[in-house]
Design a protein around this ligand. Sequence first.
Ligand code: HEC
Ligand code: HEC
Length: 455
Amino acid sequence: MARAGSRFGAAFDRAVRRPWRAAAGACAVVFCAGLSAAETPPSVAADVLAAFARPARRPSAEDDDARQVALGQALFFDTRLSGDGSLACASCHDPQLGFADGVPLGRGIAGSRLPRHTPALWNLAWGRTFFWDGRATSLESQSTGPIESPVEMGAKLEEVVARLSDGSAMRAAFAETFPERPVVDGLNLSRALAAFERTLVSPETRFDRFVAGERDALTADEIAGFHLFTGKAGCVACHSGWRFTDEAFHDIGLPGDDRGRGAALGLAAADHAFKTPSLREIAWTAPYMHDGALATLEDVVAHYEHGIVDRPTLSADLPKGLSLSEAERDQLIAFLGTLSSEDPPRSASLPPHVEAAPSSAGAVSVSTIGQAGKRFAPDHVRIRAGEGLTVVNDDTRTHNVRVDDPRLTYSSGAQEPGDKVVLSFEEPGQFLVTCGIHPEMRLTVEVAPQEPAPK
Ligand code: HEC
Ligand code: HEC
């Protein structure tokens, strides 16, 4: 395996790749010794396992279909999308490297150094926001970003559209894919790219087989590592669910002066906060973090133990004073290895599922909303136009209550624990309230017309 030592680093190879080989039957000496010494691991509670179960379907835009996916895939590999014809999306998002690029900071057009590390593109169908700082709110709006970015692909959208329209095959493919608007343009281009990206679902790994009930799919050490991940090490506070991300933004104390989410929101309380990355397929996507500064998973764990830079913006969810024994460190890293494929991953195919819009049936009439545990409670309410809706931060975290709607734009600024904000909706209709720092927090507000004045 020529790739192992060089790219992942020796530490990673030792910690992560050996258990795989052992599990596949070629029992490495070190590993067998470890296994015979290990006690039967404590069993994992059913509700803990359930929190990591893979979904059967992926969320999807209503109009995403097989033709769009195929066109999007072709475009993803097409260098006509860059200014000088030298780069495709896949030049940086390499399928062989989990759709990342394997270097700390990649190079864009004309060799310019990128300001941030290229992220993997797994499971973005479930994403709430895109980019490390979440500045795009849909995959459709994201894709034209790299094309027009002067350091990434350095192209003008009109030029790309003109180049693609030049080829009769491309014109025909767009016409066939979008019969209702059969043109090559930025909108159709971004719809096709997004449809393809939504199909990139990380494949099942040994961890999924374990969650599904195959108890010997993981070794004793890996199960011990899972217990550390969900217990003592506190990783699950942010890397939660089957994708291992809460989709929220946290300052985890990495050095550097990139303001991240803080700059995207114009909110100092979110400075140095970046989107929690998924931990799926990370064996293929080293190096790590928004700046690519950590080369191996050992470096990552060392960061959480003693690398955290003390700052007022540090996430309330970070473990404090974490200290692991060498054996625990190895177990935690061995567990992380079970979230990755043993060969270069190919995306799993999951049928799309059209999410129904929330119906007003489940709405309750209340005037106060709580936010404990990164949740609006209740999360679906009915009020009348002009009435106040009080949102109380009874959580341990800083929130940023927002409405981003053409009818109403609102931001609470930094809403610290204990702070209350009062929202008022003048227009009837349905509104979505979110948190800028924890976008998985969703509150649907049904605003009924004002009570007619008594005659
Ligand atoms: C020159 C390298 C490069 C090219 C080419 C490139 N990207 Fe990226 N991509 C990046 C970097 C770097 C980021 C992170 C930027 C940031 O967060 O500020 C990124 C972020 C993304 C994200 C956000 C992922 C997430 O987890 O939020 C998506 C989606 C994406 N790119 C898709 C594309 C598509 C589609 C194309 C082609 C149209 C493309 N990229 C071309 C380097 C590149
Ligand atoms: C407070 C929330 C939080 C906790 C707790 C947390 N993480 Fe993270 N993790 C993040 C964020 C946010 C990033 C990205 C930070 C950045 O790039 O600035 C990250 C990045 C990572 C990465 C790099 C992934 C990549 O693709 O670059 C790994 C691996 C990781 N964490 C593992 C762990 C482990 C193991 C633990 C437990 C010891 C843990 N995390 C605890 C939020 C958290």
